[in-house]
Ligand binder design. Structure first.
Ligand code: NDP
Length: 297
């Protein structure tokens, strides 16, 4: 198989990030090595993991086994809420870097805002700024931040987040926070970019994979619904990080650079937004409900 070359997106500090990466949420540790290896062999150069996914070590092992030069790879991981606070987040970097087996992380982001302890969130972000200044990370960002979280963050930050990773698929598009991000140089990175959360969690809408509008567009291009959704996200300028453990789907999800959706097709998919979130409301994330210890490396 010929490896695909992935276009890059330029972050607000000039760092280049591959527009498409492999996500590994819910990828069991013992399947992570093979999934990441399969992705790297197929041309992926960007992996999105998190301390809370408990598979950073296996991501690092696959990276080393692949023989791909570190300079060609973009490794992204997330600090869990239990490690918020200035010193705690500095230590969280050490834990993640050791598990990944790297000196420097390309993009380190806060996994969630912690609205009930926002001071700790701000302190965690201040630690990310220190890590950036010390060149321990090449870029910093956030995840699941809404406008009401980004606004106070930007008021205190000296470095604007490069990325806000949010739920974003045809059924939940979050235009308000995307627009706010764009106005402040914050790139939107889509989690569940093919609507994963619409098929692994019971919700008020069905699976995006079965959507008839997306299905018709896919047939017109000889592509799959997943490929159409990824292409739609990329054409909107977003970063997308689809997850799969299956080699055939990993290959399918990167094969999205040889077709283009028309303006009408883009508009048709834009029209599928239901406004209903699949993931938890950011305000429901509390230490009591979701706190858990992230082990040392
Ligand atoms: P995705 O939209 O990537 O969908 C993943 C699901 O789709 C899996 O069930 C996968 O199953 C299946 N799948 C993958 N490719 C195909 C395909 N081509 N055709 C049909 N089914 C397919 O959802 P995720 O929620 O996993 O999001 C992607 C990534 O975003 C995560 O892995 C993680 O890195 C990040 N994320 C971040 C969150 C955050 O709070 N910051 C929250 C959730 C996700 P299978 O593996 O069996 O192929």
């Amino acid at each position: 198989m010929t490896a695909t070359t992935i276009p890059s997106l330029k972050l607000n500090n000039g760092v280049e990030m591959p527009a498409l990466g492999l996500g590994v949420f819910q990828t069991p540790p013992d399947e992570t090595r093979d999934a990441v290896r399969s992705a790297l062999d197929g041309g992926y150069r960007h992996i999105d993991t998190a301390a809370a996914y408990a598979n950073e070590r296996e991501v690092g092992e696959a990276v080393r086994d692949s023989g791909v030069d570190r300079s060609q790879l973009f490794l992204e991981t997330k600090v869990w809420i239990s490690d918020y606070g200035y010193d705690e987040t500095l230590h969280a970097f050490e834990k993640s870097a050791r598990k990944l087996g790297v000196e420097q992380i390309d993009l380190l982001i806060l996994h969630q805002p912690l609205p009930s302890a926002f001071d700790r969130t701000l302190e965690a972000y201040r630690a990310l700024e220190t890590l950036l200044a010390d060149e321990k990370v090449r870029a910093i960002g956030v995840s699941n931040f809404m406008v009401e979280h980004l606004t106070p963050l930007l008021n205190q930050a000296t470095v604007a987040p490069a990325v806000n990773q949010i739920e974003c698929h045809p059924y939940f598009q979050q235009r308000e926070v995307q627009k706010f991000g764009a106005e402040h140089g914050i790139l939107t990175q889509a989690w569940s970019p093919i609507g994963g959360i619409t098929f692994y969690r019971d919700g008020s809408h069905g699976s995006t994979l079965d959507d008839p509008v997306i299905g018709d567009i896919a047939r017109a291009h000889g592509k799959t619904p997943a490929q159409v959704m990824l292409r739609w996200g990329l054409q909107h300028g977003r970063s997308v990080i689809p997850k799969s453990t299956k080699p055939s789907r990993i290959a399918e999800n990167i094969d999205v650079f040889d077709f283009e959706l028309s303006a009408d097709e883009m508009t048709a998919i834009d029209g599928l937004d239901t406004g209903r979130r699949g993931g938890p409301e950011p305000d429901a994330i509390t230490l009591d409900a979701f706190g858990r210890e992230i082990p040392d490396a």
